[in-house]
Design a protein around this ligand. Structure first.
Ligand code: MN
Length: 215
């Protein structure tokens, strides 16, 4: 086989305590998985069960730098537990992730009944910590996000409406899950805007910390 041109290099992520890297296949995301965040976005989590959307694989980055994207004046942070799937689509690792969101474009898409891709799947929109290997279902642990040292988001994994195993099971009804898939599992309340120069620190107990500079 001869390629017409060289493809971009595969997207891979660092794994704590390992020289091997995690090759990213797809990035799935869950909407409205914490009741308090569903409420702040004007929804009712009990009436509207969580739903899924995607980001492109190359939105994943561990560079620690978030270039403020074009075509938005209201970009929000959403701290999330990220599940990384390995062989057999079993739980391989966890990471701290931030589902960066062009909130103004999302509001416009919701109003017009249009897709969310521009709001959610832009370049650099999936910053991640180093992967923390674990094969267990994570059921609890504090999840927080600080901006410039001020706490903005605070919750606990135990508050998730759909737990990690439930999300994997539901996603598996819609897609053939593969090794290398990442799943962003939703955000607790307190989402808000970032501006260039902001220093973000996101943490999940037992998983790790993600430090991110908005450039
Ligand atoms: Mn989210």
């Amino acid at each position: 086989m001869t390629l017409a041109f060289l493809p971009p290099p595969p997207v891979t992520l660092a794994i704590a305590g390992s020289h091997a890297r995690f090759p990213v296949h797809r990035i799935y995301c869950v909407g409205r998985n914490y009741a308090d965040h569903a409420a702040e976005m004007g929804g009712d989590a009990a009436r509207e069960p969580p739903f899924f959307f995607m980001k492109p694989a190359d939105a994943a980055t561990q560079a620690g730098l978030f270039p403020y994207p074009p075509a938005s004046a209201d970009v929000h942070h959403e701290v999330e537990l990220v599940v990384a799937l390995g062989e057999g689509a079993r739980i391989f690792a966890y990471a701290v992730g931030i589902d960066m969101t062009r909130r103004d474009r999302q509001a416009e898409a919701k109003k017009m009944g249009r897709p969310w891709d521009v709001a959610k799947g832009f370049d650099h929109s999936a910053p991640l910590s180093v992967l923390h290997p674990s094969t267990e279902v994570l059921r609890r642990g504090a999840i927080t996000l600080d901006v410039n040292g001020v706490r903005r988001q605070s919750g606990d994994i135990a508050q998730m409406i759909w737990p990690v195993d439930g999300i994997i099971s539901e996603l598996g009804k819609l897609y053939a899950l593969q090794p290398g898939d990442l799943i962003f599992t939703g955000t607790p309340a307190g989402v808000g805007a970032v501006v260039p120069g902001d220093q973000l620190s996101a943490a999940i107990a037992g998983v790790g910390t993600l430090r991110l500079t908005v450039a």
